[in-house]
Design a protein around this ligand. Sequence first.
Ligand SMILES: C=CC1=C(C)c2cc3[nH]c(cc4nc(cc5[nH]c(cc1n2)c(C)c5CCC(=O)O)C(CCC(=O)O)=C4C)c(C)c3C=C
Ligand code: FE2
Ligand code: FE2
Length: 354
Amino acid sequence: MTTQPLATPASSQGQALGKTGVLIVNLGTPDSPSVPDVRKYLREFLMDARVIDIPPLSRWMLVNLIIAPFRAPKSAKIYREVWTEAGSPLKVYGYAVEELLQKTLGDDYVVKLAMRYQSPSIEDSLMAFQKLGLSKLTVVPFFPQYASATTGSIYEEVMRVLKSWQIMPEMRFINSFLDHPGFIEGFVRLGQKYMQQRPYDHYVFSYHGLPERQIRKGDVTGQQCQLGSCCDSLHARNQHCYRAQCFETTRRLVKELNIPEGKYTTCFQSRLGKEPWIQPYTEELVKELPKKGVKSVLAFSPAFVADCLETTIEVGEEYKELFEELGGEHWQLVESLNDSAIWVDTLADLVQKA
Ligand SMILES: C=CC1=C(C)c2cc3[nH]c(cc4nc(cc5[nH]c(cc1n2)c(C)c5CCC(=O)O)C(CCC(=O)O)=C4C)c(C)c3C=C
Ligand SMILES: [Fe+2]
Ligand SMILES: [Fe+2]
């Protein structure tokens, strides 16, 4: 009997036989800025047990009897302010990035946008992938810092859909990318554009907030997180702490932007309800700055990669109004990465190295 030399399969040489699916996922947005559509969106979003992490009956009552009915008309009004002819900015930028990333990655990849809530759903986008017989699937949540309420929730939904598949492709999840040089450089370039135009007294780095409870639940050691100086460095024990990752993002940005100590603050916006969220709160900082003689502020929102309600309206308009009412003179929001070439190249790099 003659033995044939064993051929190494193409897949183990790094050459996949089929394509790699790339699922880019952002939070979600209502289908239209009408009150019923905003209410539908808020219900789906806030009924997620990773977003409002309280017992199911209490969550149902809070969302359906209090938050959705009262917040929907107010939110719908704000959504109407940011809505464009092509739709919600979060979705418009999402589709633009989908197209540009597809061009950058080429024919070995298929890129699809999904939203964690509302449309296009993760389930529909994955079902479209299933028919293609992918070799590999890479999921890229559009959140630079890990949080159970965002990245964690996206993983859970992807795994829920995939669990019934007969064939599971090779899988990759991008957990966070605050340390990617392209992500940092993207915000640095945007910031420098404003810093070259005029000097600023203070620089604000405002991130989306989270209930403190959610940070504590993520402290698997039970000893790491006191929600204070424990977030001053990022290391093995707190590597998934959202608050620590936000402080690390600021450190990387201020280093590249040459902003001196004492001239910047990391803070957290969008608190909902009465329980404590991670601090310092952006609103409190905005009230304090004019008292300290700060007249001009450049504000970054590096928890978001696309402009949305949280950036354009909350940081760009509401905090600006508050600052100016209290004696501040100039408040400038740095826009997000949106569909910039550096952001698309960063995504391509994350996917190719995954
Ligand atoms: C308990 C509530 C919320 C948690 C926890 C939360 C975490 C969280 N969210 C984002 C990113 C975004 N949130 C956006 C909007 C938004 N977030 C909440 C509540 C929680 N978020 C609400 C009620 C809303 C709706 C806004 C409103 O009604 O005023 C958005 C913007 C969506 C858009 O513009 O279309 C983003 C993006 C992160 C990163 C995060 C945890 C780290
Ligand atoms: Fe949010
Ligand atoms: Fe911490």
